[in-house]
Design a protein. Structure first.
Length: 191
């Protein structure tokens, strides 16, 4: 128990190097460490919440995902960013619905990291991304198209073709990029 207490004190030491080392080691303490982090996740101090979420990302189990999902609703964008990054590191397909919701976050880095996490999960993300892209008034269509383009899955071809009609230069770029990666390229019709 003393080792866990020391590890937690290092995690919240306000020294990033020491805290990162503690974050990497804390999962070795198992359930008692997870329970302690669950408590610190509700701290009024955003820095403590951030390091709690960072440390939780080192645990690889379903309970971790549920705790990280809760952090996606944190009032501080930095904590939400850390939670999304953690979900991406774990690459669990069960995270896909929460990551799709995170694509609507008001913080652009949360949105980018959610798309990156969906890319890391890969093929399991394709159909949820396609459904998301079909939503009207989509706030993060560009990130969703980028994710589809980088996953490189044939099921995304019709969606990427439809995206070519978008007014956004970035969406057009990622749709073209995705089609090229899929070997479709820009040859749509024979002359």
């Amino acid at each position: 128990m003393q080792d866990l207490i020391f590890c937690l004190s290092e995690l919240f030491s306000n020294d990033d190097d020491r805290a990162e080392l503690a974050a990497l080691q804390i999962s070795s303490f198992g359930d008692p460490a997870m329970l302690a982090l669950q408590e610190t996740m509700t701290s009024p101090n955003a820095d403590i919440r951030w390091w709690s979420v960072r440390a939780l990302a080192e645990f690889d189990n379903q309970a971790t995902n549920k705790l990280l999902f809760r952090s996606l609703e944190d009032s501080e964008p930095e904590v939400r960013q850390c939670a999304v990054q953690g979900l991406g590191t774990l690459s669990d397909p069960d995270s896909i619905p929460a990551l799709i919701i995170a694509l609507n976050d008001e913080d652009s880095l949360v949105v980018r990291l959610a798309a990156n996490a969906l890319i890391a999960i890969s093929e399991a993300s394709v159909l949820p991304l396609i459904r998301y892209i079909k939503t009207p008034d989509l706030p993060a269509k560009c990130e969703a198209i980028r994710a589809l383009a980088l996953i490189v899955d044939e099921r995304s071809v019709p969606t990427l073709f439809d995206a070519l009609d978008d007014d956004s230069i970035l969406i057009d770029y990622w749709a073209n990029e995705g089609l090229e990666r899929l070997g479709v390229g820009m040859t749509f019709f024979s002359p």
